[in-house]
Design a protein around this ligand. Sequence first.
Ligand code: NAD
Length: 480
Amino acid sequence: MIISNFIDGKFTEPIEERMMDNFNPADGTHIATIPRASAADVDAAVLSAKKALPQWSALTILERADWLDKIADALEEIKEEIAQTESLDTGKPISLARSTDAARSISNFRFFAEFARSQEPLVFEMSDATNYVHTSPLGIVGLITPWNLPLYLLTWKVAPALLMGNCIIAKPSEITPLTANLLARTMQRLQLPDGVFNLVHGLGPEVGQAILEHPDIGGISFTGGTSTGRIVARTAAPLFKKLSLELGGKNATIILDDANLESVVPGVIRAAFTNSGQVCLCGSRILIHQSIYDEFCKQFVEQVDAMVVGDPSDESTQLGSVISMEHLQKIESYIDLAIEEGGEILSGGSRAMTGQVGPNPAGAYIRPTVIGGLSHLSRTSTEEIFGPVVTLHSFTTDDEAIEMANCTEYGLAGSIWTEDAERGRQLAERVDSGMVWVNTWMHRDLRTPFGGVKNSGVGREGGRWSLSFFSEMTNVCVKR
Ligand code: NAD
């Protein structure tokens, strides 16, 4: 398959005619040739966005909400193709690609369409005047996204950006470009006005950097690693671009002494190993009250041992491959580090080649891995691995649990498991993170603020926070 950029409503070859390869991480096969675009392609995309902006931004928000519904309807028709394509490109199980990636990519558009219809005008009365808050689009926005939830995270930005009247230059991860291509195809089929949505494929330091530096792009919404986020901030800040940064995490799962292990263990496993631990929200540091530590370990390890690592297209597969051989080697280097740091491998720790439901030896498969015996301050326990590797730690008091939870540079998410929901809620407020779940994980209401503190990001997405990011406000004060 050869895919192209999507600029000005047309699929176009990269101006410098350079291409690169895209592989299926589950078996190492070549699946697509994609543009390795350059700053010249970004220029062309910005030019087309500039032409489209006056008309697109002149529509009412309700008219644009209708567009979002049309996009959702069209994606719904190709839902299975989205799931199959995402599974092929990422190595994730088809069941997960259906239930999470494809489903959420559609509901991102539906949600923002409905949300727009529920908005009331912002008006503030004074005794002698009325303030009207007028909202206008930012203009042309750059959307840069990672490989772990490719279309899910791209549409999470595209939907509110379109809704607020912006024109888009999107750059998906070069590792997972295929579903963004499906989105472009959908936009073309629906005849979304030319230039409103542009897609430029290529490498971060080339296309991504050109988006960051382009003087006509007024806002950047970036999701990716913390070190890339630093580059994004360094480049965009002197240009005074509006910036949203959704970055890495090393999230704590806290299990209190009163937790009911029978129901908690499956929840903690889901938090740890969904998408092979390649979700920024995954709970990779599991903090367990000392009184239940041994029993928790026993049940947890038993259930992790039984997890099925296999071919992503097999319905029974729980963990597919990780995203690439290179990433697999990074994960393995952390397992080696854990052993050097004095850790004990309690489950997994090695590539999944045999005794499983047919993983291909050329694929990037690793067993879900549980490590005990490490200090909570060790590198393994504090650095983001972004794979199916968790460390277990015990604590004795709530204060100690909070101190351990807050001991990393990150502050994205966390979860607390207890029979006493109010105790959990109160403790959650003390976790330095943008999101904390009590007795659940990744239970998402799209109206709520999503984002991180510390080195996990700047700003929030979701509901009114997304609308606010993708717009400018003018307060008009009319004196009576
Ligand atoms: P990454 O930072 O390597 O890449 C993300 C995107 O940035 C890609 O499209 C890449 O091409 C681009 N990029 C790279 N260098 C660039 C540059 N110099 N200028 C502009 N763009 C550049 O991240 P990744 O490996 O694709 O994704 C994994 C990371 O994303 C993890 O750290 C994970 O925690 C994080 N993540 C965070 C969230 C969140 O919501 N906080 C969600 C998903 C993933």
